[in-house]
Design a protein around this ligand. Structure first.
Ligand code: ATP
Ligand code: MG
Length: 183
């Protein structure tokens, strides 16, 4: 991180909490994405970037990262398995996604704890209901003509705090910390 210059605020960091798949799990997701792209057009999200967002913080002062890591460390995390069984396209946003049929209780508990802790610490909260999904396509042109077969079991061992840097070639993400251990 750059050294602070007196009187100048350090640049904010674009942050979010997410579930981060292993490279093998990302490959499985990417295979479904290719199948979707053939039907729906659009641009695939690069395989190493595939993830599931839990809470988006947006532009955050760098000095608040310690607070975020403290509140995340206090969360009681129960490992769970997420079964992705649905694939589709939201026609308004052109986003192609993979999603579970329902939300496992430990996932909902994780998101509820995160939101409660973030709210208490004064971070702005997302008011829309949590809709867990992995974005696999952007700018999709069509919704799938036929349902896509997806049956992917994703054992989730933890969650992570990510920094996103938006660039011309697309975003780059960096894991700042992960709980309960390494993702
Ligand atoms: P790009 O914005 O260049 O298309 P991206 O959306 O992957 O790339 P970010 O905008 O930094 O990168 O978003 C990081 C994660 O947070 C993504 O999963 C994104 O879908 C999610 N996200 C971004 N903005 C919001 C928002 N306003 N509300 C909820 N989630 C968001
Ligand atoms: Mg974005």
């Amino acid at each position: 991180m750059a050294a602070a210059i007196a009187g100048v605020s350090p640049a904010p960091l674009r942050l979010f909490f997410a579930l981060w798949p292993t490279p093998a799990q990302q490959d499985t997701m990417a295979a479904v994405a290719s199948q979707m792209q053939r039907q729906c057009g659009g641009r695939r999200v690069a395989t190493p970037l595939l993830h599931l967002t839990l809470a988006f913080l947006g532009e955050t002062a760098p000095e608040r990262v310690t607070e975020l890591t403290r509140l995340a460390a206090a969360i009681e995390f129960t490992p769970f398995s997420l079964t992705l069984t649905r694939a589709g396209v939201w026609s308004r946003s052109g986003i192609g996604w993979l999603a579970p049929a329902d939300i496992p209780a430990p996932l909902q508990t994780l998101v509820d704890q995160l939101n409660a802790a973030l709210g208490q610490a004064g971070f702005p909260l997302e008011h829309r209901r949590f809709k867990p999904h992995v974005t696999v396509l952007r700018k999709a042109l069509r919704v799938p003509a036929a349902p896509l077969a997806v049956e992917m079991s994703w054992p989730v061992a933890g969650f992570a705090l990510l920094q996103s840097t938006l660039g011309r070639g697309g975003p780059a993400y960096r894991v700042l910390a992960a709980w309960p251990g390494q993702p």
